[in-house]
Design a binder for this molecule. Sequence first.
Ligand SMILES: [Zn+2]
Length: 128
Amino acid sequence: MNSDQQIKTGEISLPFGAYLERICCPFCGKILLGEVLEKECPHLLLVYTDLVPEFQYIHPEIEAHYEAWMAEDPNDRGPEEYIEATESLDFLTIQVNTSGMACGPVSSSVVFRFQANPAYLAGLESPL
Ligand SMILES: [Zn+2]
């Protein structure tokens, strides 16, 4: 199999009306989404929901890379394009899709990206 054909983002779609109550880091078990978004897990690189056009959380090293990447073409780029452009088997990226009723049927997605080895970013001049 060509590496480009491998799945780089795991996608979970919850049943209609179900919501994401909590998510835990798959490496250390820390609750990242509960009452509030915790950001202290050393494995978490970014959190993004399509409800808001900015990252809910982005690791400082990743943010520096994101800002440089954005500066190359700021008009056609944003968080969603960045997540897609930087998909890699080096990361564990999980997208959770939810849907339910508001004024009508609505849906949204939350993307979490992890790195198993917290030293990964420190050891590389250009992490991505
Ligand atoms: Zn963790």
